[in-house]
Design a binder for this molecule. Sequence first.
Ligand SMILES: Cc1cc2nc3c(=O)[nH]c(=O)nc-3n(C[C@H](O)[C@H](O)[C@H](O)COP(=O)(O)O)c2cc1C
Length: 179
Amino acid sequence: MAFHELINTRQSVRKYSSKPVEKDKLQRCLEAARMAPSASNSQPWHFIVVQEEPLRTEVAKATFSGAVKFNKFTMQAPVLVVMLLEKPRMLNRIAMILKKKEWKLIDIGIAAEHFCLQAAEEGLGTCMMGWYNEKELKKALNIPGDKTVGLVISLGYAEEGYTLRKKIRKPMEEIVTFY
Ligand SMILES: Cc1cc2nc3c(=O)[nH]c(=O)nc-3n(C[C@H](O)[C@H](O)[C@H](O)COP(=O)(O)O)c2cc1C
């Protein structure tokens, strides 16, 4: 796919078919994420890939527990990827403190988008999720208390007939300043 076509094809998919995701496709998505750039090349991420039951259902439930139910579609997604935020390198940590920036959050965002774009290239759908019950996720996956979950990504084939939505974006004039 040409890059601009890929960019327009990727969208958040919130309805999945039960078709399993091929191992090689999943591997290429992970490889795309692995190759993402990061501040000082610190690669502050770890990917927990959850496909096996009953763990997959348990992880899915942790993305919509409580009063908010908008991530219920995760119950259908055959793969759930939990992205952990790893501690960046010492040099990077010092630089972040000095500059008062959270580069590691930028880093995992880029890695997540690499993953999602590769998935789109493979004909797969994804949805990044920032809303989840961290405590429940950690319990389900035995994640140590000092670790942070940065994002959850659902992965799978979109349900048949799931069409490309018109993307609502701010107009160019609003988001760009030229000097
Ligand atoms: C950091 C982040 C967190 C997000 N969290 C959620 C979420 O918890 N649930 C959800 O359904 N979508 C979530 N999204 C998806 C956005 O709603 C979506 O990307 C946006 O509406 C644009 O639509 P598109 O992805 O189809 O282009 C998240 C996206 C990002 C980047």
